[in-house]
Design a protein around this ligand. Structure first.
Ligand code: ZN
Length: 147
């Protein structure tokens, strides 16, 4: 059979049959399996329910997994918390008019006294329009020369 480019890594390989589009490299096989599972979850309610039950059972046997994960991956946990806050805000904004939470407002930037708050730190810049990845930015204050 003729060599074809792998759908995962683009290197050429000889497929075992005409349906094989991923090479046998472990990373490409992981991508293939993930795609298969995503498609299966979307189309097979029984498989989805089975996965949900298996995950629930696994979590019951490993109750500290997420606590340990957050402890071992502080930056990821911090990022996830920030992204969840944004998702929560979006969900609240998607509610019908009249049910929108009054806690969401637009900050009055001119009302803020610049020396009262220190905004320095790491932030996630999350695009709201296009489906782009969030970007980590760092804001630091620059001393203003007094006149
Ligand atoms: Zn590959």
């Amino acid at each position: 059979m003729e060599s074809v480019p792998c759908a995962g890594c683009s290197t050429f390989f000889v497929p075992r049959n005409k349906c094989q589009i991923f090479c046998s490299e472990p990373d490409c096989q992981r991508v293939r399996k993930a795609l298969w599972q995503k498609q299966k979850l979307a189309t097979d309610p029984e498989y989805k329910e089975g996965q949900r039950l298996a995950q629930k059972k696994w979590l019951q046997n490993n109750p500290d997994y997420w606590k340990n994960y957050r402890h071992m991956n502080l930056k990821k946990a911090d990022r996830n918390r920030s992204l969840q806050k944004i998702r929560n805000m979006r969900n609240r904004q998607d509610q019908p008019v009249g049910k929108v939470s009054k806690t969401i407002g637009i900050a009055k930037m001119d009302a803020r006294k610049s020396r009262e708050y220190n905004l320095s730190g790491e932030y996630w810049l999350v695009p709201t329009v296009a489906k782009m990845d969030a970007v980590k930015i760092f804001i630091t204050s620059v001393p203003v020369n007094s006149p």
